[in-house]
Design a binder for this molecule. Sequence first.
Ligand code: NAD
Length: 255
Amino acid sequence: MSGLLAGKRLLVTGVITDASIAFSVAKLAQENGAQVVLTGYGRLSLVERIAKRLPEAAPVIELDVTNPEHLAGLPDKVREHVDGLDGVVHSIGFAPQSCLGGGFLDAPWEDVATALHVSTYSYKSLAVAALPLMSPGGAVVGLTFDATQAWPVYDWMGVAKAGLESTSRYLALHLGKQGIRSNLVAAGPLRTMAARSIPGFEQFENAWSGRAPLGWDLADQEPAARACLALLSDWFPATTGEIVHVDGGYHAIGA
Ligand SMILES: NC(=O)c1ccc[n+]([C@@H]2O[C@H](COP(=O)([O-])OP(=O)(O)OC[C@H]3O[C@@H](n4cnc5c(N)ncnc54)[C@H](O)[C@@H]3O)[C@@H](O)[C@H]2O)c1
């Protein structure tokens, strides 16, 4: 078998449509020699249908990343398909509507707590759940939206991403002893289901097109997916706690 991820066994969360960043990751990973197991949340039959559009139909395991029973049962479910994991992809985010679109000052704690549970704490939960299947050289990769500044309309999701970025550094700290890396890809705006749920998301779209020195294609998930593959591969063996920007260079340029 050949390819960047030849022989690697991956668990990929977050496929809901074929526009999902996770779908691009799973597709490219298979094209590069990996064996892929997907997890699905909510509409499982939909995820199973999308999984059949991959180069090789991938098995789908049900996983609500906030459900302790799902997390505890994950290793056994994964073992039905592969005998271990070399990489785990966290491509999960959710915030109730009150947390997005400008209502920052009014969002109630219960809604903020949901956003943080699904989008931030879950990165640790998923990594810990998968840990019994992993060995030195393994990698965990997640997706962030640059949280070093406040964005219009992103609101509590921005706070959740800031927490995710910190969580990744702490995972790097605590999993380093076991030879497992944790890194994030900071993607520019992409037209996915999660993005469509953010009122005013077009503000990002307009800003990016104008400023990113390399330009930015809002409908091309592949650059972000490629970076995920690189971080899952053996080509970043000494990199952990890192955030790789895949945003056309936007983050580096002043207004
Ligand atoms: N689209 C963008 O502009 C963009 C930019 C940067 C980072 N990201 C991040 O990329 C990741 C993937 O999002 P996407 O844009 O591909 O959108 P998407 O809607 O395709 O994927 C989001 C996924 O989160 C899953 N999810 C939600 N709640 C869950 C739960 N409780 N348990 C398990 N899974 C759950 C959904 O089922 C869905 O598959 C997210 O972390 C998102 O914040 C997106």
